[in-house]
Design a protein around this ligand. Structure first.
Ligand code: SF4
Length: 90
């Protein structure tokens, strides 16, 4: 009887570990896809003109010559969006 209980316990543990392993694999497989997604320019009200003196070339997310870390598409250095975050001044 003890053998049967131990055997059942092992099966349950194996099943649980397999489920956790499967979840971890699924999560890590999805992470890179999520990390590569960028926001739609319309969703952040992107415009090709500065606003209140703020522009993409002064934003921490700007990647010269014409890209953004978080917004998709071609980004004008003189553009702006609601996600604007000024670079640290030195
Ligand atoms: S303001 Fe910043 S976050 Fe917005 S599009 Fe320009 S560089 Fe990207």
């Amino acid at each position: 009887m003890t053998k049967r209980t131990d055997s059942t316990r092992r099966q349950v543990l194996r099943g649980g570990l397999a489920a956790v392993g499967g979840l971890a694999a699924a999560t890590s497989a999805a992470a890179p896809a999520r990390a590569q997604e960028k926001l739609d320019p319309k969703a952040v009200q992107y415009q090709t003109m500065p606003k209140d003196g703020n522009k993409c070339s002064a934003c921490v997310n700007f990647e010269a010559p014409a890209a953004c870390k978080i917004v998709s598409g071609k980004i004008d250095p003189n553009g702006w969006c609601i996600a604007f975050a000024p670079k640290e001044q030195q």
